[in-house]
Structures are given as structure tokens and as C-alpha cells.
Design a protein around this ligand. Structure first.
Ligand code: ITT
Length: 182
């Protein structure tokens, strides 16, 4: 049994959908942990270590973000705050008239068991910031994250479709592969 520590119910839905294909039981706890200002990796490491010690169980946490090239990686590690403040319309405004719309979603999974040190697993997906919001599936930046190979935004993809190749799928799959041979 692995406990996924998150306060984001969309992450839980996506993770459950990914884990169901494997023989690993996942439970979810919204424990809340203090996120130090730092890289995704630093946040994932400290969160996983804290939660595994606190609960005395093996846990995973995830720190994720949207990195926009023309904005030098912004909002990056500030993604959650920027989504709540500027929102998608604010991001579209910042990119008004900008041609290079390259962006990446990154996800870092931190895993830790009570008596060991944390391990991290990085997943990413590349795409572009759309010129307008499209679709009402998914969450947060999904309607403005356009995937050229699909000719759709994440907001137009079902959970199953997004889970074929998303940043979260890639990081969780790396974790699951490692965990399965322990
Ligand atoms: P927890 O820390 O409790 O897991 P959170 O929502 O605060 O939940 P993060 O700290 O990892 O999660 O913040 C990442 C933010 O990046 C998230 O709140 C969204 O705004 C955005 N984000 C991450 N993954 C996304 C995805 O798949 N689709 C859309 N936006 C995403």
C-alpha cells in the first residue's frame, strides 16, 4: 500500500487511473506539508521525507508546474499560486503577440519509506500555450496547454487520453517501474 499525499483531487483521479493497471494499492491522504521555496525536486524530497516520518508509512508526493520558455520558465515552481491569481487569462495576456509559445509541464514524484532516504522521479510533456482556452476537462492550465501531436489542448482530453502521455503519467510510470522491482 502506498499513500499519495496531496490536496489536489484532480491529481488523485489521474493517479488512481494510472495505478489501476498495476498491482499496487493506492490510498490518498490530504496531510498538508510545508513546501519550502525551491525546485520541484527539493519540494518533492522534503515533502516525501516529512510525510513518511509523520505517518510512519511509505508515501508519494508530487510537485508539478508549467514552464513557459518565453517567460524564462515562469510560472514554474509558482504554478499553483499563479493559477489562483493570474489564472489562464493572465497567462494568455502575458503571451499576447509572442510567437514562441513552447511550454513544458513537469512533474516530480517524491517517494519515501519510514526508514530510508527519499527518491525522486521526473516526468515531463512538451507542448505550446494556446492562443485561447479550449475544453473544460482536466484542471488548472489544461485548457491553455496545446499538444501539437494531438491537435488538442489537455482541456479537450479525457483523463484516460491525458494519462497516455502526460507529465504525471511519465513520472508515475518511472516510479512504478522502480517500485515493482524492489
Ligand atoms: P499538492 O501540492 O497538494 O499536491 P497542488 O495543486 O498545490 O497540490 P503543486 O504544488 O504540484 O500541486 O502545484 C502545481 C500546480 O501546477 C497546480 O496547482 C496546477 O495549477 C498546475 N498543474 C500541475 N499539473 C497540472 C496539470 O496536469 N494540468 C493543469 N495544471 C497543472
Amino acid at each position: 500500500m502506498i499513500t499519495f499525499i496531496t490536496g489536489n483531487k484532480h491529481k488523485v483521479i489521474e493517479a488512481e487511473n494510472i495505478f489501476k493497471d498495476y498491482d499496487i494499492n493506492l490510498e490518498h491522504i490530504d496531510l498538508g506539508y510545508c513546501e519550502p521555496q525551491g525546485t520541484l525536486e527539493e519540494v518533492a524530497i522534503s515533502g516525501a521525507k516529512y510525510a513518511s516520518r509523520k505517518l510512519n508509512k511509505p508515501v508519494i508526493v508530487e510537485d508539478a508546474g508549467l514552464f513557459i520558455k518565453a517567460l524564462k520558465g515562469f510560472p514554474g515552481t509558482y504554478s499553483s499560486y499563479v493559477q489562483e491569481t493570474l489564472g489562464n487569462q493572465g497567462i494568455l495576456k502575458l503571451l499576447d503577440g509572442v510567437n514562441d509559445r513552447y511550454a513544458e509541464f513537469r512533474s516530480v514524484i517524491g517517494y519515501c519509506a519510514p526508514n530510508s532516504e527519499p527518491k525522486i522521479f521526473l516526468g515531463k510533456v512538451i507542448g505550446e500555450i494556446a492562443v485561447e482556452e479550449k475544453g473544460d476537462l482536466g484542471f488548472a492550465f489544461d485548457p491553455i496547454f496545446y499538444v501539437p501531436a494531438e491537435s488538442k489542448t489537455f482541456g479537450e482530453l479525457t483523463t484516460e487520453e491525458k494519462n497516455q502521455f502526460s507529465h504525471r503519467k511519465n513520472s508515475l510510470e518511472k516510479f512504478i517501474k522502480w517500485y515493482s522491482i524492489q
